[in-house]
Design a protein around this ligand. Structure first.
Ligand SMILES: [Zn+2]
Length: 500
């Protein structure tokens, strides 16, 4: 028998699917895990990982960071696959070709984009790779109802992308409050026909906007029941806020009745989006209990002082990203609200990772360490290590006492790897070999020190990388080795749905 390429020797191997949690060696040959056992044959690369946890790499269903520099920050947080499913891409094949031509440190995949299809059909824009997406969704032309002919054009565009292997349909519904609820139902029906899921940024809740066309949570539940589509409720934490109990109760009852609704959350109290977003209009801030100083404008770092300045920034650069203080992580009541989203049964951990904002021109994508000055939301950099620290009861992170979590380590890891794989695997066959630490599965592996693992990125210093991630392999190739990034490694592969 040939010796394996790599053996990770003597680590605490955790596989949430089989329940394995014991000391084992893990052998890797080529891109696969070939054997898990004790006393395995030596390998050319034989790495002592005693005292470390060895588990499947984290699978992010919600990443808007799709370029090499941001993805490298993500690898150092344990991510091995990053999907852009909420905003999505159009044409989806261009997104795959762009990523494939440059190479990526992690596996990648895209949904098709209702918002981009809508910009094309309703606002009359030409959709290209360089389209200023957040800048354009801020325009009233995007936010109006579609005519029957425009709706047909949207559906045709989405269907064309699905036939090219798009993983699902992303719907930034919350950015287009004028959308007819019938349009959402039509797109959900398309997803049901195609056997893929929708990924929705929900419309406003009725508690926030009493005259909304339909309550955002009820709209998802209704569409799931009416069409039978699988519907993923994106960042349920940040759209539900202090109404989380009502929303989770509704979702839970719909799930119990057989609707195929899934949820995700990220472990931060603040959000981030383009400052021109519909729900950040000066006369609408109060709907979420916000005032201008709750916004920090990322390109300059300024806390927005006044309504006038907010108006100015929205006009000058609607796509400019702003941190939005939604829940106060230091307030116990708000923190409990956040925890309810994260600990909801089968809620996936997903980051909503944001693109990096650079102070000047965008640097060489391969430059590492990152040139100084980039700004993002800390969730881009620290979601998974932070989730482990907040949720897992047996991670000894050195964080504040009392922070250690309500879930076991295996259950927390399940929400970071196995569950997202399972959400996709019936229509994305490649996912059956991901999210698991088992022989025959892809060697997408994270090795971490349970005593040291922690996020470090903050709102003030948002690109500080996580600590405690010792090794990361993607398709059998080290992308992080001995806590350092392997700067030449771009082993990520495209993941597509099974074409119809
Ligand atoms: Zn969103």
């Amino acid at each position: 028998m040939n010796s394996p390429d790599v053996v990770l020797r003597g680590g605490r191997v955790i596989d949430p699917e089989t329940g394995l949690d014991d000391v084992r060696d893990v052998a890797i040959t080529g891109q696969q895990i070939t054997e898990i056992g004790c006393g395995l044959l030596p390998a050319a690369i034989d790495v002592d990982v005693s005292g470390q946890v060895v588990t499947a790499g984290f699978i992010d269903l919600h990443s808007h960071t799709n370029e090499i520099p941001g993805l490298r920050l993500r690898v150092l947080d344990g991510v091995t696959t990053a999907f852009e499913l909420e905003a999505g891409a159009v044409p989806v094949d261009h997104a795959y070709r762009h990523a494939g031509a440059e190479g990526r440190p992690v596996n990648y995949g895209f949904a098709t984009s209702w918002a981009l299809a809508r910009l094309e059909a309703v606002a009359g824009l030409e959709v290209t790779n360089n389209l200023d997406f957040l800048g354009n969704v801020a325009t009233p032309a995007f936010q109006q109802a579609a005519s029957p002919a425009q709706l047909r054009a949207i559906v045709d565009r989405l269907a064309a992308d699905l036939s090219e292997g798009a993983i699902g349909i992303g719907l930034l519904l919350g950015y287009s409050p004028g959308t007819d609820p019938g349009e959402y139902l039509r797109v959900a029906a398309l997803a049901a026909d195609a056997g893929v899921a929708t990924y929705t940024h929900a419309r406003d809740l009725i508690e926030q906007v009493p005259d909304t066309l339909i309550d955002g949570a009820e709209e998802i539940v209704r569409a799931a029941a009416q069409t039978g589509a699988r519907m993923h409720y994106c960042h349920i934490n940040s759209t539900s806020l202090r109404h989380i109990d009502r929303v989770l109760d509704l979702v839970g009852r719909a799930q119990a009745a057989g609707s195929r609704i899934t949820t995700e959350a990220y472990p931060y109290g603040s959000g981030m989006t383009g400052i021109g977003a519909a729900f950040l209009a000066p006369d609408r801030l109060h709907e979420r209990g916000l005032t201008p100083p709750d916004l920090t404008y990322a390109p300059t770092g300024e806390q927005v002082p006044s309504t006038d300045r907010l108006r100015e920034l929205r006009t000058a650069n609607p796509a400019g990203l702003a941190i939005i203080r939604l829940l106060d992580e230091n307030d116990p009541a708000d923190r409990a609200v956040l925890m309810r989203s994260l600990t909801f049964p089968d809620a996936v951990v997903a980051s909503d990772a944001m693109p990096l904002t650079w102070p000047g021109s965008v640097p060489d994508p391969m430059a590492w360490p990152l040139p100084p000055g980039a700004v993002t939301h800390p969730r881009t950099v620290g979601t998974y290590t932070r989730a482990l620290r907040m949720l897992a009861s047996d991670v000894e992170s050195g964080g504040p006492v009392g922070e250690f979590g309500p879930l076991g380590l295996t259950e927390t890891l399940r929400r970071c790897s196995l569950l997202p794989a399972q959400l996709l695997e019936d229509h994305v066959p490649a996912m059956r070999c991901k999210g698991r630490l088992q022989a025959g599965c892809d060697a997408d592996i994270v090795v971490f020190d349970p005593a040291a693992i922690a996020d470090r990125a903050t709102y003030a210093d948002s690109t500080l990388t996580s600590v405690g991630i010792t090794h990361v392999l993607v398709n059998g190739t080290f992308v992080v080795r001995d806590t350092g990034l392997v700067t030449t490694a771009l082993p990520g592969q495209p993941v597509r749905a099974r074409p119809r």
